[in-house]
Design a protein around this ligand. Structure first.
Ligand code: G3H
Ligand code: 13P
Ligand code: ZN
Length: 315
């Protein structure tokens, strides 16, 4: 069942975080639905601009509609990840998405508010909700490169004014994470002090953590042993997810870790089966491994086991 992120956040706030997973293809969709239903967790499907143009934007919509029929117990939202104005309006008008993210975080404070407000007005008029971003993550996003050293954490003093003036429904905050497989330098970690200050000025308001892959070291070691070169890859400590949830984080974005599962499965499979050229055996292994990965992530997020109670809430 497709629901808005607003419904999911109302149920989760202060107790657990919902996993927001990016998908690009059929195998990821199957693994995501299977792993979430197996772990009885609600979830958010994220579709980036890159994912929409990978094949054709309609292909992913078709996949999700079918998955909704194949997995009738699933409860999830469909969300545009890191949209600009144009892609936000396209998704708002598609009649398919339940929420969009407008990412104008690279703009000035006032310009970010102005752009976000326009998207919020268009989205609310059609019953969708909007995630906005204040502060800048380190690492690389589509078209926006931010040097980690200059990454700007969200300023708690600005957060309340931003939410009031923009009218956004949830806020992505920069608290030390970055996108991709190479996070943190030295002993840096999550800035819970900043998060706690943001929660104080925005009590009860859903916060979002981007760049939250944990980049498991065993996964990295297996990829490197099978011909990869991901030396120094490092991620977020996922035992900290539940702490973040108690401080108002209701959505935690994970993409890179799924790509690592894909890379490990395919590198190992073709290393060990050099004579094979059939895509299905390795695809089957990936779907099963991705489902296992999703189920274990949902345990770390605290979202596992909440599906029955959500069915009662959303009817
Ligand atoms: O934050 C970015 C997400 O990981 C999506 O990545 O734009 O390469 O699809 P993408
Ligand atoms: P990761 O690169 O840490 O998986 O972050 C994904 C993300 O924030 C998508 O918006
Ligand atoms: Zn992101």
């Amino acid at each position: 069942m497709i629901v808005t992120t607003k419904k999911l956040f109302e149920a989760a706030y202060g107790k657990y975080a919902i996993g927001a997973y990016n998908i690009n293809n059929l195998e990821q969709a199957m693994g995501l639905f299977r792993g979430s239903v197996d772990s009885k967790a609600p979830f958010i499907i994220q579709i980036s601009k890159g994912a929409r143009s990978y094949t054709h934007k309609k292909m992913l919509e078709g996949l999700i509609i079918s998955a909704n029929e194949v997995f009738p117990d699933a409860i999830f939202a469909v969300h545009l990840d890191h949209g600009d104005e144009e892609s936000c309006y396209d998704c708002i008008n598609s009649g398919f998405y339940s929420s969009v993210m407008i990412d104008a975080s690279h703009e000035s404070f006032d310009k970010n508010i102005e752009i976000t407000r326009r998207v919020v007005d268009a989205a609310h008029a059609k019953g969708l909700v909007v995630e906005a971003e204040l502060g800048q993550l380190g690492g690389v996003e589509e078209h926006v490169a931010v040097d980690e050293a200059n990454a700007k954490l969200t300023d708690p003093r600005q957060a309340r004014e931003f939410v009031e003036r923009s009218g956004c429904d949830s806020l992505a905050v920069a608290i030390g994470t970055s996108h991709g497989a190479f996070k943190f330098s030295g002993t840096q970690g999550l800035h819970f002090d900043v998060l706690s200050e943001i929660q104080k000025v925005l009590p009860g308001f859903p916060l979002v953590m981007h760049g939250s892959s944990s980049v498991p070291q065993d996964e990295v070691a297996r990829i490197n042993a099978a011909g990869g070169n991901l030396l120094g890859a490092k991620g977020v400590d996922d035992t900290q997810f539940k702490m973040a949830a108690t401080l108002g984080v209701t959505k935690i974005n994970i993409d890179t870790d799924g790509r690592l599962v894909w890379t490990r499965v395919h590198r190992e499979y073709f290393r060990d089966n050099p004579e094979n050229f059939d895509l299905r055996p390795v695809g089957k292994i990936f779907m099963a491994e991705y489902a296992k990965f999703i189920a274990s992530k949902n345990e770390k997020l605290g979202s596992a086991g909440h599906l029955d109670e959500l069915h009662k809430l959303v009817g």
